[in-house]
Design a protein around this ligand. Structure first.
Ligand code: BG6
Length: 480
């Protein structure tokens, strides 16, 4: 379905995501001349606003969330916007919505950022108003369900009106530049692929640590928990990109075919391969912060931290654990992937008293975008008291290497791909279902064994059991 849409219809246009990410991203694309002059953006939500009100709303969001030096040209962008209030649960508003959308000679792109409970009703409304034709595509924001069965229900409802090649499931991690760079690192260099397997790699670590707590998302988060909020989507996508076989080309089918094979090869987790936690009061950056139960106003069994030892059961990864951990209220915000290589098979330096350490590749995704390879090097000197070797980092800081390039936020890339119809960075139905299948089994395991979150102080790296989980495999998490 290759067409560049000339209308973009945003559901959830007054929501938090729209204010923080979607409007600033669309503005940035507009400011850089990446949107066609004909592209009109129609916002819709329940709030009873006029187009003028919505433009004021959008201006305020841009003033709040855009850096000051990027605010020129806002007026021109606001002219693209219009607004129609719709109560997604009744069919009433959809006809006036269709009238506002008007003609779209090339095509229409819809972005659904609403509660999943509204998905089915919204699809029915779109069908009713004739907004699901073959030149309409739809982007779906998470959460797409809370389990395999609820995700299937949503996918079935969407599939009634849209073919898979017109469904764009968003995982905003795939829009991050450094995540895409993982593919460049692996497949645009000769160096890594020959050693990217169980013969040379000891284990992999994937960390997504956040300092924030519940924020204003109490209801959503307490029903979700870290496993469904972060592992089911972002972390499994990172794992799939690290572990997949080389696709034949960088296109939607080849890349997603390879990712889904990895997701299906994930071994069900055993009882001692997972740790969950929930934060208590503590301090982040010297500031006292309350515990989860205090923020929530009651006790809860929802996990705000998960650590998992995963395995990909195929030839390439036989016996290589993938340690994953994510949590809220951890000491720093960091997303990184660590590839820990094995020891050299024989050290010629041993007789000289020098020890070697295995190589390590650290791929920093945020906030630092860098790639660091730790190599052994000789400490300069005449070695009269014995030869000394020390690990030294080979560092590529992306912002320095590409200092002239604009750093774009994930949604700029994803919105542009949605408008232009490139599915490579969107998640296919079989991937989502393989992800849920594995996650559901973990939840069942927790239930069957009455595994409840252990507490951890805000500002720590999670419950001590997470450290023990790694240590049992002879591994230390990268921060230690
Ligand atoms: C979202 C989760 O998908 O990702 C949030 O719902 C989380 O809980 C966020 O904070 C993290 O995204 P990022 O881009 O800030 O790492």
């Amino acid at each position: 379905m290759s067409f560049t849409a000339d209308r973009l219809l945003l559901f959830g246009a007054t929501g938090d995501l729209a204010q923080r990410m979607l409007l600033p991203s669309l503005y940035a694309l507009d400011a850089d001349g990446l949107l066609s002059d004909d592209l009109k953006i129609v916002g819709t939500a329940r709030s009873d606003l006029s187009t003028d009100d919505y433009r004021v709303f959008a201006r305020e969001a841009l003033e709040k969330y855009l850096p000051e030096d990027r605010r020129g040209g806002v007026a021109g962008f606001l002219d693209r916007l219009s607004y129609v209030p719709v109560d997604a649960t009744t069919l009433d508003g959809y006809e006036s919505l269709a009238r506002e959308v008007g003609e779209y000679p090339n095509g229409l792109a819809i972005f659904l950022s609403t509660a999943p409970s509204l998905f089915e009703a919204t699809i029915a409304g779109l069908e009713h108003a004739g907004l699901t034709g073959s030149n309409v595509r739809i982007g779906l924001e998470k959460p797409l369900g809370t389990s395999l069965s609820t995700s299937c229900e949503i996918n079935d409802a969407v599939a009634k009106a849209f073919t898979e090649d017109r469904i764009f499931r968003i995982d905003h991690y795939l829009g991050k530049e450094t995540v895409q760079n993982l593919l460049a690192l692996r497949f645009a260099n000769l160096l890594f692929e020959p050693v990217w397997n169980a013969t040379y790699i000891d284990h992999v670590q994937i960390t997504v640590a956040e300092t924030v707590g519940l924020e204003s998302r109490v209801a959503y988060y307490d029903d979700s928990g870290a496993l469904r909020d972060m592992v089911q989507n972002h972390m499994l996508q990172l794992l799939a990109l690290v572990a997949m076989e080389p696709p034949t080309s960088f296109d939607a089918t080849s890349v997603r075919d390879e990712k889904v094979k990895v997701l299906r090869a994930l071994r069900p987790i055993a009882k001692d391969e997972t740790v969950t936690g929930q934060y208590r009061a503590g301090a982040i950056d010297g500031q006292a912060v309350p515990g989860y139960d205090e923020e929530l106003g009651r006790e809860s069994d929802t996990e705000t931290f998960v650590a998992i030892k995963a395995h990909v059961d195929n030839w390439r990864w036989k016996g290589v654990p993938f340690y994953m951990r994510t949590g809220k209220r951890l000491p720093e915000r960091v997303t990184e992937i660590v590839i820990q290589f094995r020891c050299i098979p024989h050290s010629i330096f041993e007789g000289r008293g020098a020890t070697t350490q295995p190589n390590r590749l650290v791929i920093g995704i945020q906030p630092e975008e860098n790639i660091q390879m730790t190599m052994m090097a000789k400490v300069p000197g005449l070695d009269r008291e014995g030869l000394r070797l020390r690990p030294v980092p080979l560092d590529i800081a992306m912002p320095d290497a590409f200092s002239g390039a604009v750093r774009r936020i994930a949604y700029e890339r994803l919105l542009l791909d949605l408008v232009e119809g490139d599915q490579t960075l969107f998640v296919r139905r079989d991937e989502v279902e393989a992800q849920w299948d594995w996650i559901d089994a973990i939840r069942q395991l927790w239930e069957a064994n009455d595994i409840k979150p252990k507490t951890y102080g805000s500002g720590s790296w999670g419950p001590s059991a997470a450290i023990a989980l790694a240590e049992r495999g002879g591994v230390s998490w990268h921060d230690e």
